[in-house]
Design a protein around this ligand. Sequence first.
Ligand SMILES: [Zn+2]
Length: 186
Amino acid sequence: MENDVNLDELDLKRILKLYPEYDYAFGPYVHNQTGRKIIRLATKAIRTIPYPRALMEIHLGRRLEKDETVDHIDGNFNNNHLSNLQLLSQSEHSKMDNRRVLYISPIICPMCGTEFTPSNKRINGKKDYDLKRAKRKTPFFCSRKCVGKYGKKLQTDPNFQRIEQQTLTIIYGKLKDLNKLENNEP
Ligand SMILES: [Zn+2]
């Protein structure tokens, strides 16, 4: 990931200092099931901890308390820049997770005309994502290919006008509201 940072040897030693019951620290690795980065701690037994957690713990110079979690401010869990990580209590974090994207309106790609729905993963930066996007007024495209085409056009064709951003309808809510939504209840 372009935004990502890597732990060097020294950082692995520092995280190990915070987990004195382990002898080795490896990583970061990408966890098979979640796609998130983890640090693996090992003695005879193996423990894994989330990579952003390790970065935060190194930053703070201490292990997180039971009640503390690390949140990605922009919702992109691969953007592990320290500036994108914030310490939250479990309850704050789960409150925020209640504001999930339940619905995104399909829109038309301005470069190729394909109807598509911007992916939840990209939108799930919650409020931040569309605010930033709206500020920059960048349109949504169906694919990286179309993003590239647009950028190239802007650079090379002096008659090419900037395309206005599509209006996106995003419904946020709690997961239980999803059922209501699907049943067309008010
Ligand atoms: Zn397209």
